[in-house]
Design a protein around this ligand. Structure first.
Ligand SMILES: Cc1ncc(COP(=O)(O)O)c(C=O)c1O
Length: 440
């Protein structure tokens, strides 16, 4: 894996320690989403780029009340170090939250983490040696791809369609990787309201995916931060329900309460869970007792299910606004229709490239996330992700109107150049097909 070290001369004015870093440090790079935050957060830009939950939908008094009660009742413990696995009281509540989706587990099975992002990091740390293969949907969550890269894993993308991950594609990938002598360590999957593809794995496919992995001895890492944020009907039960011994399940309070607390969790088979606790303790000693007490208080004293229902209503309205605006302003494009979560995945006309088009979009005061950020191998130029979670319906409508003008302008330019023969036709992005969004 020495090829990831840049071949620049030793040290630079900017970084005299260039020769000193461990190899894995060269796998760390800013994600495209992160690079965008600076521009997209300017007030005049309509950002359809980030995936920030609309925390303003939580009445402040609810949080303030829980905060006061928690401090009065629990200050000494809340201000102290806690258990590396997480506050038992909070882990009890996590069982109740997961029961909403059909998971039964015991308090001992739950390991809390600093957001589910840290759970992804810890699981990867436990299982990946440089060169090991991780199977993941294509596209996949940018934060997970970054972790996989930093541990020098090889991410192999699996095609999705409107019903999510395709079982036959999974089977073929396992066969191909193994016959090429590769070690597959786990399947990383987001079955519900996928980030970024918006699709949900169908009920019919879930047991098939679990059976394939069980038969082939492939661990499943099921990342489910959006499962409770459904719009029309709840998604089918998690993969974990079908085979608790073969699935590491990841959950989070980031989307159903608030990401500012940075509290997520993992539920893992016994032996894996033991190692996860050790890895978590090694990383952070113990999670934030303060936040664990606060979230426990919130869950005990506030009707959190009603608050999740408020989030559902807010996001459903915004999803509808985005779909309406796409139909009105960009009827010739195709996209998926998400039944929950935060994202619409859009397919561009042949001639356009989402990353190349972005500077023009930002000039016209709209931001999106180019599809290329969601693949480990450079695919995704003809796709982009639109988030409807944060802007109001009016801003969403305005953002899509601006995007339509950007796309029209780009198309005009590309076609004018193509007409003069001075612009070579764009190459396709890669061998793997992207998920064909539902035709609208
Ligand atoms: C699919 C997925 N997994 C994990 C995360 C990380 O969430 P957190 O660390 O806030 O729990 C996100 C955040 O957007 C996500 O979309």
């Amino acid at each position: 894996m020495s090829d990831i070290r840049p071949t620049t001369p030793s040290g630079t004015d900017l970084d005299p320690w260039l020769d000193t870093y461990a190899l894995r440090a060269f796998g760390l790079s800013a994600s495209e989403v992160r690079a965008l935050f600076a521009v997209a957060s300017r007030p005049e830009v309509v950002s359809l780029a980030g995936g920030m939950p609309y925390v303003r939908a939580i009445p402040r008094e609810l949080v303030a009340g829980a905060f006061d009660r928690m401090l009065l009742a629990d200050a000494p413990a809340a201000l102290q170090y806690g258990s590396g696995q997480g506050l038992p009281r909070l882990r009890e509540h996590i069982l109740t939250v997961m029961a909403e989706e059909g998971i039964t587990a015991s308090v001992d099975d739950v390991v809390t983490t600093t957001g589910s992002q840290q759970a992804i990091d810890l699981v990867t740390k436990l299982f990946i040696d440089p060169g090991d293969v991780i199977l993941a949907e294509g596209p996949s969550y940018v934060g997970a791809l970054g972790v996989f890269k930093s541990f020098q894993a090889v991410t192999v993308h699996l095609r999705m369609d409107a019903d999510g991950l395709v079982p036959e594609v999974l089977e073929a990938a396992i066969r191909d990787q193994r016959s090429a002598g590769k070690r597959i360590k786990f399947l990383y999957t987001i079955p519900n309201f996928h980030n970024p593809a918006g699709v949900t794995l169908s009920a019919e496919r879930r047991p098939r995916i679990v059976d394939i992995c069980r038969r082939e001895g492939v661990l499943i890492v099921e990342d489910n931060p959006y499962g409770l944020l459904w719009f029309d009907a709840p998604p089918p039960p998690p993969l974990h329900v079908l085979n608790p011994e073969g699935v590491v399940y990841l959950g989070s309070f980031s989307k159903t309460f608030a990401p500012g607390f940075r509290v997520g969790w993992a539920v893992a088979p016994h032996a894996v869970r033991e190692k996860l606790v050790l890895a978590a303790e090694s990383a952070i000693l113990s999670p934030s007792s303060f936040n664990h007490h606060l979230i426990s208080e919130y869950l005990e004293s506030v009707d959190w299910r009603a608050q999740v229902a408020v989030f559902r209503d807010v996001y459903r309205e915004r999803r509808d606004a985005m779909l309406r605006a796409l139909e009105e302003h960009l009827p010739r494009l195709s996209w998926n229709v998400p039944n929950g979560g935060f994202y619409v995945w859009v397919r561009l006309p042949e001639e356009l490239h989402s990353k190349q088009m972005l500077p023009r979009a930002v000039r016209e005061l709209v931001a999106y996330t180019p599809g290329t950020g969601f693949y480990a191998d450079g695919q995704g130029g003809r796709e982009l992700r639109l988030s409807f979670c944060y802007p109001t319906p009016e801003f969403i409508e305005e953002g899509i109107r601006r995007l339509a003008s950007v796309i029209d302008g780009e198309l005009e330019l590309v076609r004018a150049f193509a007409g003069t023969g001075s612009l070579a036709p764009r190459q396709d992005d890669g061998a793997m097909a992207a998920p064909p969004p539902d035709l609208n």
